[in-house]
Design a protein around this ligand. Structure first.
Ligand code: NAI
Ligand code: UGA
Length: 442
């Protein structure tokens, strides 16, 4: 099958390579010329496990090509998948201008029947908007079908999720389009649900909003645990054993980040408003998360009263492990808040540098955990990177000015932190301690 994927971002690149892996002829289009050049040389533009070898293999076998010539790519393809960004506007509405631009471009080059798949996360009714663009631009209605096919992959496991996800949702009323889509998804090990386009569009927002709600709920429970000497980890385990609840997404911490939960929860509230649906639960989820991601700052304010002049080590910047993505990461909000209070920031994340340096030019970027914690008053774990699980806490504590540890992802056992010489340890609902030993405070 000849497939054109528009947008070589996290979703587009993964989708394009997955189709190429199954020997489809894939053309992946991006308007960013640098991205296109880099990808054609076999250099990944994002960090994602397994991506680099697959990219190299697909280029070598000529199953994939990257270009910025959208018109040729469309006219050569039977299936066109739109995977461009859909960011949130300040009023929480969804900016679908990239989807509309792509649809306008597609409309110019439809010369025979093509299936247009909307894979980007879009507000309900967008399939109709895209269809109307084609009709208004004079495209013959027999020459296209627009299908809603939202994506559920997670960053860090994107390739595996794309190929073996829990489900695939196809929103279409056209048997012809469904036959073609079944062919391209045929080799994937995924359960397919067929529905109409509005249901497909809404399943995506419902899914992200419910997962985000689970996180905010468990974070509120964690905050209560901290006050009453209860343990959130055991509580989550106890909850998760109930199959109706499931153990997934019950890890308490400094809240959710990323390019999707923050934006899609807001979008759902905005979409609901248009139809007179309040979505009070989702509104609260957002509010709880906005407070939760600043939990370490709240803890530090309680601890020090005044943060000015303190050196804070930030361990981990990305919104989760296994990715180089810092979009809406809790670390950004923590750093911003601490800087506004006069703290000095040192940080460490092996996958992130350039983009962060543009956002925060006045903080210190370190190359190792030890360099980061050296002479810091406090260390905050913002991302549960593998190397933070394994770090030698004794050496960390020895190198710090005041060995205070805030474990924003609950990865360090309290007992171990106590034995390692920290004077204070705070988790998110997993306990805390304070050692009143003046020898510890250097
Ligand atoms: N990042 C993720 O894990 C997931 C994202 N999604 C959704 O998928 C969509 C894409 O997300 P990401 O891949 O993260 O975005 P991204 O920002 O990483 O990639 C979008 C790409 O589209 C390109 N682009 C924009 N307009 C274009 C045009 N007219 N022609 C050619 N290229 C164009 C941009 O240059 C960029 O490279 C969003 O709607 C998002 O909500 C859905 C599931 C997972
Ligand atoms: O629409 C999207 O873009 C994607 O959004 C999420 O995927 P992703 O953002 O890549 O990452 P998640 O693993 O869901 O984590 C999101 C955030 O929630 C946080 N989280 C997750 C789970 C948990 O128990 N606790 C918790 O705080 C993570 O630290 C992270 O900041 C969804 O899981 C995907 O199904 C969806 O396709």
């Amino acid at each position: 099958m000849k497939i054109c994927v528009i947008g070589a971002g996290y979703v587009g690149l993964v989708a394009a390579l997955s189709f190429a892996k199954y020997k489809n002829d894939v053309i992946c289009v991006d308007k960013d010329v640098n991205k296109v050049n880099q990808l054609n040389k076999g250099i990944p533009t994002i960090y994602e496990e397994g991506l680099e070898p697959l990219l190299k293999k697909c280029l070598e076998k000529k199953y994939i090509l990257f270009t910025n010539n959208i018109r040729t790519a469309i006219s050569l393809s039977d299936v066109i998948m739109i995977t461009v960004g859909t960011p949130t506007n300040p009023d929480w509405s969804v900016d679908i201008s990239q989807v509309i631009d792509a649809a306008n471009e597609i409309s110019i080059s439809i010369d025979k029947y093509k299936v247009i798949i909307i894979k980007s996360t879009v507000p309900v009714g967008t399939h109709e908007t895209v269809k109307n663009i084609f009709i208004n631009r004079g495209v013959n209605e027999n020459n296209f079908d627009v299908v809603s096919n939202p994506e559920f992959l997670r960053e860090g496991r994107a390739l595996n999720d794309f190929l073996n996800g829990d489900r695939m949702v196809i929103g279409s009323n056209s048997k012809k389009a469904i036959r073609i889509i079944n062919k391209i998804y045929g080799p994937f090990k995924t359960k397919i649900i067929y529905t109409n386009p509005p249901t497909a569009e809404l399943i995506k927002y419902a899914s992200n909003a419910l997962l985000a709600t689970k996180i905010s709920f468990i974070n509120e429970m964690a905050n209560l645990c901290s006050k009453v000497d209860a343990n959130i980890e055991t509580l989550s385990y106890g909850l998760g054993l109930d199959k109706r609840i499931s153990k997934e997404f019950l890890n308490a911490g400094i809240g959710y980040g990323g390019s999707c939960f923050p934006k899609d929860t807001k979008a759902l509230v905005n979409i609901g408003e248009k139809y007179g649906c309040e979505f009070n639960i989702v509104r609260s989820t957002i509010k709880v998360n906005e407070n939760q991601r600043l939990k370490p700052v709240e803890i530090l304010l309680d601890h020090y009263n005044k943060i000015e002049g303190k050196t804070i080590a930030i361990l981990g910047l990305t919104f989760k492990p296994g990715t180089d993505d810092i979009r809406d990461a809790p670390s950004l909000y923590i750093i911003d808040e601490l800087l506004s209070m006069g703290a000095k920031i040192k940080c460490y994340d092996p996958t992130v540098s350039k983009e962060m340096e543009t956002l925060f030019p006045n903080i210190t970027y370190c190359n190792s955990i030890i360099e980061t914690v050296k002479d810091s008053h406090c260390a905050i774990i913002c991302t549960e990177l593998d190397e933070f699980y394994k770090m030698d806490l004794k050496i960390i504590a020895e190198n710090m000015k005041k060995p205070v540890l805030i474990d924003g992802r609950n990865i360090i056992r309290m007992k171990k932190a106590k034995k390692s010489g920290f004077s204070h340890y705070y988790s998110i609902g997993n306990g805390s301690f304070e050692i009143n030993d003046s020898t510890i405070h250097k």
